[in-house]
Design a protein around this ligand. Structure first.
Ligand code: 0L1
Ligand code: MG
Length: 262
C-alpha cells in the first residue's frame, strides 16, 4: 500500500472521529482489499497524527478478545489499538453522548506492569509475574463506521473503536485474585444489563496482555511498564443513552462508574 493511500484512509477515519459522524466502512468501496497488515499501517498513521497534534498515548487496548466475537468475525487473533489522554474520563464524572457518534460501554480488567514485556514467546505466567497491579475499568467504544458494521481490517484502521476509558481506583495484585473467575455485572441506572467473568477474555485477561506483547514484537515494540492496558470486554458492549448512570461491579476488584449527561 503506498503512502498516499495510507494517508487518505487515515484522514477518512480521523475526520469522522473529529466531526462525530458515521462513515461507510473502508472495505465497502474505498479500499475493498484492505489487509490486516495494511490496516495497522493506517492505524500507525492515525496514531502518528494524534501525537503530532500534541495528544499522548495513555496505554494500549485489546479488542475482539472473546471467543464469541472471534467466531463471529471468523478470526483467530485479537487486535490492538491505543487509548489517548483526551479519551480519559475521571471515575464518577459525566460524559455527553454528543461528544461521540453512537457510544457503547464495556467492563474490562486493566493491567499495569512493573517491568516491560517483550515478545515473542510471552506467556500468561510471564505477564502475571511482571504485573504490578490490576484494576477495574470501563471502556467507551465508538466505531466510526455505520451501525458498528465493519470487517477486522476496518476496525483496526479505526484504532479499534477507541473513544473513552474510565480507570477505577481499586487496585489489586494479580496473585490476590483468580482473574479468570472474577465476575462482573454491568448496570445502567441500577439494572443489570450484562454480566461476565475474566475468562471471557481469551480464557484469562493475562493471556490478552501476553498476546499484545507477542503482536507488538512483530514491529519491534514492547508492552511498557507503568502504562494502563485494557485487556478486552468481559461482556457484550451496551449502548449509552442520555441520563445513564453506568456502574461495573467486580468480584474482588471493586467497582467503577460514570454518568452520561441527560
Ligand atoms: O474494545 C473492543 O473490544 C472494541 C474492538 C472493536 C469492536 C467493536 O467496536 O465492537
Ligand atoms: Mg474494549
Amino acid at each position: 500500500m503506498d503512502k498516499h493511500t495510507i494517508d487518505e484512509l487515515a484522514t477518512y477515519v480521523l475526520q469522522a472521529e473529529r466531526e462525530k459522524r458515521e462513515i461507510v466502512k473502508i472495505t465497502d468501496t474505498l479500499y475493498p482489499n484492505l489487509t490486516i497488515d495494511e490496516a495497522y499501517l493506517v492505524q500507525e498513521e492515525l496514531v502518528t497524527r494524534k501525537l503530532a497534534e500534541g495528544l499522548q498515548i495513555v496505554g494500549p487496548k485489546m479488542g475482539i478478545t472473546s471467543e464469541a466475537k472471534m467466531k463471529q468475525m471468523n478470526v483467530t487473533d485479537p487486535i490492538y489499538g491505543y487509548v489517548f489522554n483526551n479519551m480519559i474520563v475521571e471515575e464518577g464524572a459525566a460524559v455527553s453522548v454528543e461528544d461521540y457518534i453512537h457510544p457503547k460501554v464495556e467492563p474490562e480488567i486493566g493491567f499495569v506492569l512493573a517491568r516491560d514485556l517483550e515478545g515473542p514467546g510471552v506467556t500468561a505466567l510471564d505477564v502475571l509475574r511482571a504485573t504490578d497491579y490490576v484494576f477495574p475499568a470501563l471502556e467507551i467504544i465508538d466505531s466510526r463506521y455505520e451501525n458498528f458494521n465493519f470487517t477486522l481490517p476496518d476496525v483496526i484502521a479505526d484504532n479499534t473503536s477507541a473513544a473513552g476509558a474510565v480507570f477505577g481506583t481499586y487496585l489489586r495484585r494479580p496473585d490476590e485474585l483468580e482473574l479468570d473467575v472474577v465476575g462482573v455485572t454491568l448496570s445502567i441506572n441500577g439494572e443489570i444489563q450484562a454480566l461476565g467473568a475474566g475468562a471471557a477474555v481469551l480464557g484469562n485477561p493475562a493471556n490478552s496482555v501476553a498476546r499484545l506483547a507477542n503482536m507488538l514484537s512483530k514491529k519491534g515494540e514492547k508492552v511498557k511498564a507503568g502504562q494502563p492496558i485494557l485487556t478486552g470486554g468481559l461482556t457484550a458492549a451496551v449502548r449509552l443513552e442520555p441520563g445513564d448512570y453506568v456502574q461495573a461491579k467486580y468480584g474482588g476488584l471493586g467497582e467503577v462508574s460514570f454518568f452520561v449527561k441527560a
